[in-house]
Design a protein around this ligand. Structure first.
Ligand code: GDP
Length: 196
């Protein structure tokens, strides 16, 4: 599978508006500002596939990118965004929860976390939910260019150790969209999910 082939298909406010629940989807989730859009652009080698933005806009929708027939990357609404009204937050979190709970074609979850602040409560909830649902998880610790080599390795080990307790299929990888760190490893894992 070639992730570079990703094409924007649709933005959906809820799961009823998504394409039919067939084929394979790999979903990307993370706190707002974790670097999810940048990672999607990096992994697909496209400059502006996903909208990188600090303001809630398209980030509140479920964005669908088709990479081949019946194979899709899903950009889920960011969570934990501080500066929006509670009502709005509830609405997107509902879309996120519904997608994760009901989407049968979901075959793998990529969780984006800033390497300097990983495993916040909502991140942990999400990863625990995935493990309980027998869904494989790839944690990308983003913006790793901001840390020294030593600190970066230490942080990866710490996250790996914490998550090992969950006994799920969880991989942890340092990632930088700026430097393309972790690009090969991440595309490998995601391609394998699509190949299943
Ligand atoms: P999203 O809200 O999760 O989609 O996050 P974005 O991709 O929009 O990124 C949020 C902020 O982090 C932006 O200012 C990006 O420029 C910055 N950012 C994203 N990835 C990286 C990275 O790999 N390195 C650095 N230094 N900054 C990054």
């Amino acid at each position: 599978i070639n992730l570079n082939k990703a094409k924007f298909t649709i933005s959906a406010p809820d799961i009823r508006r998504l394409p039919d629940d067939t084929g394979i989807e790999v979903a990307f989730a993370g706190r707002s500002n974790a670097g999810k859009s940048s990672a999607l652009n990096t992994l697909t080698r496209q400059k502006s596939l996903a909208r990188t933005s600090k303001t809630p806009g398209r980030t509140q929708l479920i964005n669908v990118f088709e990479i081949a027939e019946n194979k899709r990357l899903i950009d889920l609404p960011g969570y934990g965004f501080a500066k929006v009204p509670l009502e709005m937050k509830k609405k997107w979190q509902k879309a996120l929860g519904e997608y994760l709970e009901k989407r049968d074609c979901l075959k793998g979850l990529v969780v984006l976390m800033d390497i300097r602040h990983p495993l916040k409560d909502l991140d942990q909830d999400l990863i625990e939910w995935a493990v309980d649902s027998d869904l494989p998880v790839l944690c990308l610790l983003t913006k790793c260019d901001k840390l020294s080599q030593g600190k970066k390795s230490a942080e990866v080990l710490k996250v790996q150790k914490t998550l090992a307790a969950l006994k799920g299929d969880i991989k942890v990888q340092a990632f930088s969209s700026l430097k393309r760190t972790g690009y090969d490893q991440a595309t490998q894992v995601i391609s394998n999910w699509f190949a299943d």
